[in-house]
Design a protein around this ligand. Structure first.
Ligand code: AMP
Length: 510
């Protein structure tokens, strides 16, 4: 939660909110009470039960426009309340009318399974007093189960693009009755190569549909998509500033390994030193690595040292990812080692610490990562380990946030020259077991693990099924785009169809 009574006042041009965390760029002044937003009373009841007092800026801007039947372009990041900004009007509108078999009435597209599951959870919370059906179409869940739900008819279909197209191609899904299409985290879709899929899905839905489109940034490709598929959208920009929240204490350890081949294991030792130095203050933490292989290695290494930890990245199977996340959310798991893609958009309300095991490749990811702590005015700490080859990237981070990040001492005492040879042995956890038993059951050092660590960068695709299809479909989607959006009809003369001019709710009910 963004916290009760978060300071969301009336919204005007470029105002700052929530201790400098969000700013709103929009000419309009929006209503700031949920009860003024024309939401269904049953939705208002659910909001009240969720403990929300005032709409966040993106909600105050997007909800009235969506309920008026307008297209919405929300430029907002996770943590701004954007999920409710499309879910609440969607539920209000869908409360009237019923879905037909295999013909969902609305579609929410998310880049990752976790994000889709999170939207589904939000939907359940806000729709708990309204009788609506939903289906979650994500990879890692059997088609059969999903088919059964779709066959019955669903009001809201929440999906990753690849899985949705798989169902469509199997002939199990008809998108002709989609009245509202939501695209969430479009910039991530772009990063993950989903834009051709999104274009294709746009082309498969009716021309008359309403589009609610969200992206944290407006890259040229995103701009092109919105120009093509959105019609005179209400644009609401709620940008998290490049500067991180003031409540986050930041620090960096500039670290150089004693030898190149020891750097990785010594870096993990530094990480353990940093964790230990935080003591009781560390209630839970996310450790970010740039590569999936490193996520596994760091998690494995910490586990070996008896830290309560688990990895999360796109190569792990869905049930494992869900279990890990649930454990972390409910406090059973203390330390999550994550890749950027897996952690993207995950709503974990209070994390005391974030560690960047690696300096992120994109400086904006630094702001995203450390934004996991210090949420809603709480104190948080973010510590980065920077090796010489990452110094350039680190400079870019400091440039972006326009602040020098305090240099911290390396918590690990440098070993004496004679002792350097022992580094690998020092990596081993203190154990009371005998030498012989250890040598049989554990690798001598972690170096062998390193040896298999290729520099396989995290491929930002969670939904692998669509890769080949994306390519093959892009030409098709282009033509279908032209069919329905590329050469948009700007005037219909005397042949204006009756749905034009209907309110959103009226259209949904039709
Ligand atoms: P999101 O940006 O959608 O990921 O939302 C971030 C967090 O804010 C979620 O935990 C929501 O439950 C919470 N939230 C959404 N809207 C409000 C609100 N109006 N007041 C307080 N918390 C909210």
């Amino acid at each position: 939660m963004l916290g009760h009574g978060a300071p969301f006042g009336p919204l005007r041009l470029t105002s700052s909110y929530a201790a400098g965390q969000v700013s709103v760029r929009n000419q309009r002044t929006y209503m700031t009470k949920f009860s003024d937003l024309n939401l269904n009373p049953k939705v208002l009841k659910a909001i009240d039960e969720a403990g929300y007092e005032t709409p966040t800026p993106i909600q105050a801007g997007a909800i009235p426009a969506a309920l008026d039947g307008r297209d919405v372009l929300g430029i907002a990041q996770t943590g701004t309340g954007k999920t409710a900004s499309f879910t609440l009007p969607l539920i209000t509108a869908l409360a009237r009318g019923r879905a037909r078999a295999r013909m969902p009435r609305s579609l929410v597209l998310c880049p990752t399974r976790e994000l889709a599951a999170q939207v589904a959870e939000n939907f359940d919370t806000y729709a708990k007093h309204v009788k609506l059906t939903k289906a979650l179409l994500i990879g890692g869940v059997s088609f059969k189960e999903q088919d059964l739900l779709i066959d019955k008819g669903v009001d809201v279909l929440i999906a990753t693009p690849g899985r949705l197209l798989d169902h469509f191609e199997r002939g199990k899904l008809i998108l002709n009755d989609v009245k509202v299409m939501v695209v969430d985290e479009a910039d991530r879709m772009l990063d993950m190569g989903f834009i051709p899929d999104i274009e294709r899905i746009f082309g498969l839905t009716p021309f008359t549909r309403q589009t609610l489109f969200f992206s944290a940034t407006m890259a040229p490709e995103i701009e092109r998509i919105t120009n093509t598929f959105l019609s005179n959208p209400e644009r609401i920009e709620v940008a998290r500033q490049a500067t991180a929240s003031e409540t986050i204490e930041q620090g960096v350890v500039m670290f150089k390994g004693s030898r190149k081949d020891r750097e990785a294991s010594e870096k993990r030792k530094v990480l353990r030193g940093l964790i230990d130095a935080e003591g009781e203050k560390l209630t839970n933490a996310i450790i970010f690595c740039n590569r999936k292989t490193d996520v596994d290695i760091v998690a494995k290494s910490l586990k070996k040292y008896k830290y309560d930890t688990a990895p999360i990245h796109g190569d792990l199977d869905q049930s494992q990812r869900t279990r890990t996340l649930d454990g972390f959310r409910n406090g059973e798991l203390r330390i999550l080692v994550a890749s950027d893609v897996a952690a993207r958009g995950l709503d974990v309300p209070s994390v005391s610490h974030v560690f960047n095991f690696d300096v992120p490749g994109h400086p904006e990811d630094y702001v995203h990562r450390i934004g996991r702590t210090g949420r809603a005015g709480r104190a948080g700490k973010a510590i980065t380990i920077c090796v010489p080859r990452d110094e350039k990237q680190f400079d870019a981070v400091e440039k972006l946030i326009q602040k020098e990040i305090p240099r911290l001492d390396n918590p690990v005492k440098p070993s004496k020259p004679a002792a350097t040879e022992k580094t690998d042995a020092e990596e081993k956890p203190k154990s009371t077991r005998s030498r012989s038993s250890r040598s049989k059951s554990e690798p001598k050092t972690e170096t062998p693990v390193e040896a298999i660590t290729e520099t396989k960068a995290e491929t930002p695709r969670e939904d692998t099924t669509s890769k080949s299809r994306s390519r093959s479909s892009s030409s098709r989607s282009r033509s279908s785009r032209d069919d329905r959006g590329g050469n948009r009809v700007v005037g219909l003369g005397d042949h204006t169809p009756s749905f034009i001019g209907l309110s959103f709710e009226e259209r949904m009910a039709s």
